[in-house]
Ligand binder design. Sequence first.
Ligand code: 4AD
Ligand code: MG
Length: 481
Amino acid sequence: KKHTKVNELLTATPILTEVTVKGWVRTFRNNQFIALNDGSTINNIQCVVDFENTPEETLKRITTGSAVSLIGTLTESKGAGQRVEIQVSKIEILGDSDAEKYPMQPKKHSLEFLRENAHLRVRTNAFGAIMRVRSTLSFAVHQYFQERGFYYVNTPIITGSDAEGAGEMFKVTALPFDNTPRTEEGNVNYKEDFFGKETNLTVSGQLEAETYAMALGQVYTFGPTFRAENSNTSRHLAEFWMIEPEVAFNELADNMDLAEDFIKYVIKYTVEKHEDDLKFLEQRLLDEEKNKPQAERSEMSLLEKLNFVLENNFKRVTYTEAIDILRNSKPNKNKKFQYLIEEWGADLQSEHERFLVEKHFKCPVILYDYPAKIKAFYMRLNDNTEPGKETVRAMDILFPGIGEIVGGSQREERHDVLVEKMKALGIDEEELWWYLDTRRFGTAVHSGFGLGFERLVLFVTGMTNIRDVIPFPRTPQNAEF
Ligand code: 4AD
Ligand code: MG
């Protein structure tokens, strides 16, 4: 008989019907009450076992972590905390779980311990909630763009180009494991690899997406992205997922409108769908904050923070205005800010970004018109800027508690200006011949941005370490999964 999902049973109206459920035992209390979870919701369903008529052997096998199939009657529950429960008439143990050895005991585990058990941590309430929220956020990403006539384009994972020009790539040697070609001296012969050319894992699908925007008008990518940066921070992963829309005929202000509307849409969609999961995560945060001194506790709860973002406009500020704000910010107390931004043209450190978002504006901020020198080669040079003070139509979106969540720009559409810029930066024109073709044949104003998907999941779930919002984070300690 087909089994029913727990989320349906918990809200079902015609009770007193016979149902089948399948799932994993979270706890088994007094040889009588099974708290069963099947992943469809954070909530467990209480299943009442008739222990007097159940063999001792079966009762022993109902342990935390075991997989069971239960048949019983859905009834109104007399107990507190649940509307319905199942009076079990038939128990089948599908898979045993040795209670002594099962790592996910029904108690609070440290996040460090759970990271070492990335294959099992999704069986906890917190990680179940996070991964359900993550799944819905990805669906909302596709829905947002598809509803608005964007085409999903799959850009290459293995590529010969360094889209960001930052040299943070993982090299793909593409040499066969056995039969590796060798030179006469016995060294690996890299010239004879599959491509006859150096390739790497992509750092961004933007350049390829631009070529598609120049034909399909509005496109987006959503795929894995790799950065070989020294990323031992709570905001960086070596393998992360990025969403990159690219739109023909959009200027920088249109790009900002798109990014803000998009972020609000996916958050709203997810908040509406995941009330129970987010309430749980909110409570988890509140419990954690109880241990902190008053001054370090956040002013808003998780759901208040999410609603705040939905209800308020992102503040749009130029880089130059931001520098002035930082310069004038309590110079004595914040010497650090003053020192770091003494010179116009310096890149903002994360302390600066946090100051602007969390202390000064107290809302998401879109910083734009950055100095050309600190941004990528493909960004549109602003007209009429002073020599030495050139700016580009770049935009970064900064979020409270996260820092940079989006990086984007209007693109340099003028062939000659782009080539000049590449020359100045030592970027090989011949390697990017295909990219330059977009500027040779039917070039047009266009813009796009990249949203770091895990940073968005961090914000929505209120988690603080990026390794806790991707199923299998790539870190040197856990590359075995
Ligand atoms: O600012 P970034 O480097 O911009 C680009 O790659 C552009 N090509 C995007 C575009 O215009 N199409 O990266 C974009 C975003 C960042 O704002 C951040 O959210 C995320 O990607 N990101 C990372 N997330 C996790 N781990 C890392 N190592 C990340 N590096 C960037
Ligand atoms: Mg960036």
